[in-house]
Every structure is written in structure tokens, then in C-alpha cells.
Design a protein around this ligand. Structure first.
Ligand code: NDP
Length: 607
């Protein structure tokens, strides 16, 4: 199919082409094609290239009121919200050597947040900070995490370079016993899990993976000692190196322009091309800063959420690639129509959405030809799937990189990925590419099993293993609490109302959890709270009642973590399938009503 056909929108032909491209990529092993960085692959995570060694310290054997796991945005927000509720006896544990979470670890060249900084970065008004640009780069976000920690005195409460290995509920003392890789045995009355969706990196289980004798690392632990340079580029040590990048997702799209610029030769092994739209970053306008009135941040975040959820709005304040497609066809109306069981309206709106998406993706494909003249390379870079099957990417330097003479795109879609790794390099399409270095841009455990995603053991009442309990799917009350796991909270992304703005979700859930912790403490020093079986069952059935509204779309998609690698029906629902479909705002109303009622329905407190 050519793009001429697309311009006339031959819907039937497009659907067939999308199906063909999807089927080409679906692997029988689904999620199992990836492996966790454990055992012989542990080196991918145990070495922290950003820390000056591991600081020696004695094991901790004390007790804290609240233990927060994770020092990224969610852990910081939880700490701040607890402080606002008068809860100061907290400890934050993180395996990094500083605050930042995602933005501590992801320092690869070009790392940037593709959601507008003014809506994404938390606690801007509270810290009096305005981001320098519309889309912030990683160092600015890491610095902001440090700014928050300093302002709220969190460094004194942090224990870094420490990995929680397991937590056990002790019914006698009514405390969690937290064991770490540093020999700590800490008692905590409350435990809040703030590990974020992208904290456990994953590796592809490619035959011969361990045979490679050159250098290799994952983008989540960029090795500047090997490449030279820093986040801004200048990867001078690559100038005499042949480099392979495996993966072309949102991370690779940001890093590849820098590697392509500095490497003697770059081979990009691509299974599925990303959709690449205009970035158009710009510095923050000083006049706009002067115009901001208190409350602007929440208002802007709410406005972004309204636009992307198809709710009524007067003006699109963010006005970028994210809001564009949702402005054309509000997706939430599809969900609303399902509620009304208005089948005709659903069909009509879905058809409009599909049409708008075909138009948008046709533009995206046409953009490739503007930058890449080699016809085979250009064709391989064109994504044939609906825009939200994968994370849409926005980058002005990525496509031009493939016009460079030292950059080769190797399309591995026909073999569903790289064939094998050898001592000297990579075999793809029957050819061996000898390289000095392999960079794995292969992502995170987003849709993998809960056990792999969490990476530590959680044992509740009577030693109940959380991940055994969730073997047939996650079970929570409002996404944050689990029956038989007292004083344990998850501030995460599953079974909550979703938003494209991760920090807005984190802000909502941490505010709510801080409220529950404070309310429990007011009842008594040994008060314990947990989800009731009925509360949990009711919430799970609410979540499941929406199951199916998006099935046809997910089924049509090329595989990726959004649809559990194309097997979303066969595997236990994880992300993003298992969410409160009406979205963040509707979820916030539920949480707000719950707090206002004070009845604690769905949870039980014992004293
Ligand atoms: P992804 O999971 O999105 O991408 C992994 C890449 O590795 C894919 O291109 C995948 O191909 C490829 N791959 C995996 N196995 C093989 C194999 N055997 N052979 C060849 N290719 C293979 O990870 P990312 O780190 O890119 O992104 C993860 C998420 O992080 C994003 O979706 C986004 O949510 C977040 N992120 C956000 C950013 C932001 O701006 N806010 C920036 C960067 C990341 P295939 O697609 O075919 O599976």
C-alpha cells in the first residue's frame, strides 16, 4: 500500500495493512520474550554509573511511622502530603543515590519528558519554580526532585542505595518488617509503595545474549564512562566505535540522534517504528510567567486532562500533539456511550475516531519522506498502526538521523526481533553486524507479571503472598489498598483513574493515601486499616465492568506493553487494561466523595 491510497482513505485497505503489520510482529511467547535483570544479568542494574561508589553504613534496626518506597515524583508527593497532614516520622528508601526516580536513572542523552513541563512537573507553585522550556530535559527534572527534597527536609529522612527485598506483616506488633539488601530490618507502621511504572528495566531474551564480548548496557543506566559526554551529547568516545541500538520506542527515539551524531557507525535494530511527530520545544515566555495567578498549575493540569478526555473546555491551554487528536474525536464519549448502552452512538464515534486516526497517521507517515530519501529506509520507518497503540513520540532530530551516511536502519520485523547475539555482534536477517557496543533500549516491566514489576516480596496477614493473591489479576480497593494487607498502600497506576499525565495521577493518589494514614493515626496509636473483602470485590467489579470497551482497539494494535504484547486477553490484566476507564477526573470525584463522607466505606479500621 502506498500513501496515495491513504490520502483517499481506503479504510478497508488500511485495516488490512494494519492487521498484516500486527500479525507479522505478534510473538507466541508474548511477555516471556523479555527477561528480568537477575542472575547473570544482574550487572545491568547493580552498577550505578551515577553514584560515587556505595556509601558504607550500618544496618538499620529501628522503627518509623511511615516507610515510603521510592524517591521519585510519587514518593516525594507522598512525603509532602503526609507532612501537610502532620506526619513527619517518615523514611524514604530508594536504590538510587539521590531523589529523582525515573529522572535519577534515565540520564541517557536527550532524555526529556514529552508531556508539557508546566502540567507534568509536580509542586511547581509550592517551590516557586517555573521550568525553563515547554518540554523539560532530564537534568532539570532531577534538579527539581532535589529542590523538593531540600525544601521539605527530605534528605534527612532518606536512605539511598538500598533495595527493599521483602516486607512482612507482623500481627503481634502490628508493624511491617522491612528487610533490605543492606541488612536492614526496619519496623514500619505504614508502608507506601511508590515505585512508579518504569522502575524495573527489562532485557530481551535473545539467543546468544550472554555470548557478546563487547560492551553493553541498558538506556536506564547510560554508561557515559564508555560513551563520553553527558545528557546534552558530546559522546566523543564513540567516534571510533560501531554501536548497535536495539529498540526504537520513546527512549530510543530521544537517544538515537546523539548516538548517530557521534558513533563511527550506528546500527539501529528496529522491530516496530514509532510514530514521530513535531516536537517544537520552546523556552518559557517570561511574560507568561508574570501572568500566572495562584492555582494556575492545577488549572492547567485539569485543562489538559479535560481536553485529552474529551470533556468540554473553552481553550486548549497546552495545545500540542497530545491534545490534537483528542480534540478531533473525544475518546471519552465512546466510554460514555457504552454507559448509556447506546450501541449506534458507540459505533458512530468509534468510526469517527478511527477515521481521524487514519488521517493523523497518514500525516505521520508522510513526514518520514520529508527527512529520509532512501526509499527502503523511509518505508521501514513508517508506522502502520493507530496512534495510541504505542506511546506517540515527538522529536525533531530522530528522522533526520537516518539520512546520515554513518547510520543504518536494520528492519527486524520479519523475524519478530533480532535473531541472535554472537561474540562479535548481532545477527539479523541472516547477516552478522559486528559492533563494539550494544545499547538495549528495550524498556521496562510495565505489563509483565506483578512479581517481576514489584521486584520484592510482600507478605500480609498469615504470610499471604501478595503476588500469589494477585495471580488471577490485581485486586484492590480504589487501587491503593488490599484486603489482608493492613496499613499497606500502593500509590500506582493500576486500578485507578488514568491520565496521560503520570504526575497528575500520582498527586491524586498520594493526597488520598496521606488522608487515610492521617485519619487512621487519629483513631489510635495502634489503629490498623485495610480494605474489606466487600470493598475490594466491589471496586474490582467496577473496574471489570468497563472491561471490553476498548477490546477491539487493543486487538487491532501492533504488540507492545499497551496490549500485553498482543495477548491482553490471554494474560492477567495489568497495564493499561486494568484501570478505572472513566479516567482520572471521575476517579478524583469518587475519592473526594469518599473522604468527605468520612464513613471509610470499603475499608475497616481496628484498634
Ligand atoms: P518500550 O517498551 O516502549 O520500547 C522497547 C523497544 O525495544 C521497542 O521498540 C521494541 O520493539 C524493542 N525490542 C524489544 N525486544 C526486541 C527484540 N528482540 N528485537 C528488536 N527490538 C526489540 O521502551 P522505552 O524505554 O522506549 O519506553 C518505555 C516507556 O517509557 C514509554 O512508552 C514511555 O511511556 C516512557 N518514556 C517516556 C518518555 C517521556 O517523554 N515522558 C520518554 C521515554 C520513555 P517493539 O515495539 O516491536 O516491541
Amino acid at each position: 500500500m502506498s500513501d496515495n491510497q491513504v490520502k483517499t482513505l481506503d479504510i478497508k485497505a488500511l485495516r488490512a495493512k494494519y492487521d498484516y503489520e500486527r500479525d507479522k510482529r505478534i510473538r507466541p511467547d508474548g511477555e516471556a520474550q523479555y527477561m528480568a535483570p537477575v542472575g547473570s544479568h544482574e550487572r545491568f542494574i547493580t552498577h550505578d554509573p551515577f553514584a560515587d561508589g556505595v556509601k558504607d553504613r550500618a544496618p538499620l534496626t529501628d522503627e518509623v511511622e511511615v516507610l515510603i518506597l521510592g524517591g521519585g515524583w510519587t514518593g516525594l508527593l507522598a512525603s509532602v502530603r503526609l507532612a501537610e497532614q502532620g506526619v513527619d516520622d517518615i523514611r524514604i528508601i530508594d536504590d538510587g543515590a539521590d531523589f529523582g526516580g525515573t529522572w535519577y536513572w534515565n540520564r541517557y542523552p536527550g532524555a526529556q519528558c514529552d508531556i508539557e513541563s508546566y502540567v507534568y512537573i509536580p509542586l511547581l507553585e509550592e517551590t516557586g519554580y517555573i521550568p525553563k522550556e515547554k518540554y523539560s530535559y532530564a537534568p532539570e527534572m532531577h534538579e527539581h526532585a532535589q529542590r523538593i527534597a531540600r525544601k521539605y527536609g527530605l534528605y534527612e529522612k532518606a536512605v539511598f542505595q538500598t533495595r527493599v527485598e521483602r516486607i512482612d506483616w507482623d500481627e503481634t506488633s502490628k508493624r511491617w518488617i522491612v528487610s533490605t539488601n543492606r541488612g536492614d530490618t526496619i519496623k514500619a507502621r505504614f508502608f507506601i509503595c511508590c515505585i512508579g511504572p518504569f522502575s524495573r528495566l527489562r532485557l530481551p531474551d535473545i539467543p546468544g545474549f550472554d555470548e557478546f564480548e563487547g560492551h553493553s548496557f541498558h538506556t536506564g543506566r547510560w554508561d557515559y564512562a564508555y560513551t563520553g559526554g553527558d545528557h546534552g551529547g558530546n559522546l566523543t568516545k564513540l567516534s571510533d566505535k560501531k554501536v548497535a541500538v536495539i529498540g526504537t520506542g520513546a527512549t530510543a527515539v530521544q537517544a538515537i540522534p546523539h548516538v548517530g551524531k557521534w558513533a563511527e557507525h550506528l546500527y539501529v535494530f528496529q522491530r516496530t517504528p514509532s510514530s514521530i511527530d513535531v516536537r517544537g520545544n520552546k523556552p518559557t515566555d517570561p511574560d507568561w510567567i508574570k501572568s500566572l495567578a495562584p492555582g494556575w498549575k492545577q488549572a492547567r493540569s485539569d485543562n489538559f486532562d479535560s481536553v485529552v478526555r474529551g470533556e468540554p473546555f473553552e481553550v486548549d491551554l497546552v495545545s500540542d500533539g497530545w491534545t490534537e487528536i483528542f480534540r478531533k474525536v473525544p475518546i471519552v464519549h465512546v466510554i460514555g456511550a457504552v454507559d448509556q448502552a447506546d450501541k449506534d452512538a458507540v459505533a458512530e464515534r468509534k468510526a469517527r475516531l478511527e477515521y481521524a486516526d487514519f488521517e493523523k497517521m497518514s500525516e505521520i507517515r508522510a513526514r518520514v519522506d520529508q527527512f529520509v530519501s532512501d526509499p527502503d529506509t523511509a518505508e521501514a520507518l513508517k508506522p502502520w498502526y493507530a496512534q495510541f497503540c504505542k506511546r506517540p513520540c515527538f522529536n525533531d532530530d530522530y528522522l533526520p538521523t537516518f539520512a546520515r551516511p554513518n547510520v543504518t536502519l536494520v528492519d527486524v520485523s520479519g523475524t519478530r526481533g533480532v535473531e541472535r547475539i554472537t561474540k562479535k555482534g548481532i545477527v539479523a536477517n541472516g547477516q552478522e553486524y559486528e559492533v563494539d557496543c550494544i545499547i538495549y533500549a528495550t524498556g521496562y516491566e510495565v505489563s509483565g507479571t506483578f512479581r517481576r514489576k514489584y521486584g520484592f516480596g510482600v507478605f500480609g496477614k498469615d504470610g499471604l503472598d501478595l503476588f500469589d493473591y494477585w495471580e488471577q489479576g490485581m485486586r484492590t480497593f480504589h487501587g491503593h489498598s488490599v484486603h489482608n494487607f493492613p496499613n499497606f498502600f500502593i500509590a500506582g497506576w493500576t486500578q485507578v483513574g488514568a491520565s496521560w499525565n503520570f504526575c497528575a495521577v500520582a498527586a491524586a493518589i498520594t493526597e488520598h493515601v496521606a488522608h487515610i494514614v492521617a485519619a487512621t493515626r487519629r483513631i489510635g496509636d495502634d489503629a490498623v486499616i485495610e480494605a474489606t473483602q466487600e470493598g475490594e470485590d466491589a471496586w474490582v467489579s467496577t473496574i471489570r465492568s468497563f472491561a471490553g470497551f476498548n477490546d477491539a482497539f487493543l486487538e487491532s494494535c501492533t504488540p507492545g506493553y499497551y496490549n500485553n504484547e498482543g495477548k491482553f486477553k490471554e494474560t492477567v490484566a495489568t497495564f493499561p487494561y486494568d484501570q478505572y476507564a472513566p479516567g482520572l477526573k471521575a476517579f478524583q470525584v469518587i475519592l473526594g466523595d469518599w473522604r468527605a463522607s468520612g464513613a471509610m466505606d470499603g475499608m475497616a479500621i481496628t484498634n
